[in-house]
Design a protein around this ligand. Sequence first.
Ligand code: SF4
Length: 494
Amino acid sequence: MHITKTDYLEYTYCKKNLWLRKHKPELFVGVELSEFEKKIIEEGNIADEAARNLFPGGTLVDIVGINAVMFTQNILTTDNLTLFQGAFLSDVFFVQADIVRWNEELDGWELYEVKATNSVKRIAPHHHVNDLAFQKIVIESSGISVVKAGVVHLDSEYRKSGKTNYNELFVIEDLTEEVVGAEEVVRGQMEDIKTYLASSEEKGCECLYRGRNAQCTTFTYSNPNVPEYSVHDINRIGASKKLFFDWIDRGIYTIDEIDNPDKLDATKRAQYDAYTSGKPVIDHVAIREQLAGLVFPLQFFDYEGYSSAIPRFDGFGAYEQVPFQYSLHTLHEDGELEHREFLITEPEGDLTLPLIERMLEDFDKKGSVISWYKSYESQRNTKLAELHPEHADFLEAMNDRMFDLYDIFAKNLYVDAAFKGSASIKRVLPVLVPELTYKTLGIQKGDQAVERWEKMTNADTPQEEKDQIAKDLLEYCKLDTFAMVEIYRFLKKL
Ligand code: SF4
């Protein structure tokens, strides 16, 4: 069994998870990565390839896995001075390094790891320094001296303008001293990985003492006594360690077993009350006050945005959100409901100007603009105003009129136990308006919409497929704003 760099990083996140991946891979069969996770991996690969532009003349080891080791050794004996994806094996440890380059002056090799991030990270499992230390140890154990180590990451200040300037897009940070300093700790971890993987399975796992969001898909396998809806689902319970650990130590797993509810803060208490009473907890007065502040026509509004590690569009930087679509439902005081929408299908030239121009036509200059988690929409407006100052007044006025429907749920004015401590629209909608569902749509989640838009705007995608994607995107975004209309109507009826 080989231990790769990915295994090492997995170990720093959770060693039980690594043990299960190695010894019980069947537990992970059928567990699909989300579109978001897939995109992170893909962005990493794209950034890796793009960063090679900073090291001209390098040779790519175009083999993945152990077979690349021999190939790498052969190349290193010739006079190739830069190698991409060179492979190294020492004991059971295996790495393929993004970039190694010969340094004549220092008489050794420079090692660079490409990260599709805007800065150097120093927290597990994304500890770039320890990641490099692991690679350095393996490479040096295979007889090659590493004299310099660093990270190549994206520059958050860079904004695309015409052809991508890779020297401005990337920053190279020399971390040699830190990497050398981390080696002792990493060596200890490497020994521990070998021992741990060779040991028999430990019972349970540490996530028994963590909130639901921290858990991986194997939690139920390791903790079969914990019910599907448990104290782990209480809003931000992982942050209330004393209380939470005490319950777990006393075997209190279900919410109705909690014997000290007076110790819960207001948010947790509302969830507890809703769960134990079987009825939602509703602050009628506060909801009425919030909704009374709204001004007709009510404009329910939602953007979909695209981002990428290597910026695709002028004026945008790494991971900056590019709004490519919106849906707008306008509810008039007499109950009439209108729908407007816009989707960029051919992103060419100044792609955001047509979007703003349509918004100018579609929006009423009066009335409240209602969104869900409004900071997303208002940040996009601010960015659009920066790109098109001639429309800044319109966009800033929209932000001034924006009301966040999410706040009703985030501030616990309406709490249903079935929200499981979340105020996300995907949790709230099926409880309040069960007849509205995303399940029948071609696109059901935001990360899927991003992936589909990317596909639709790819020149190689057949026209028929592009048309279907456009239809799916419009339906998806339309449901986002219609869901808000229906939630608003539900709250009004209260
Ligand atoms: S549930 Fe948590 S502790 Fe258990 S294996 Fe998964 S990540 Fe590790």
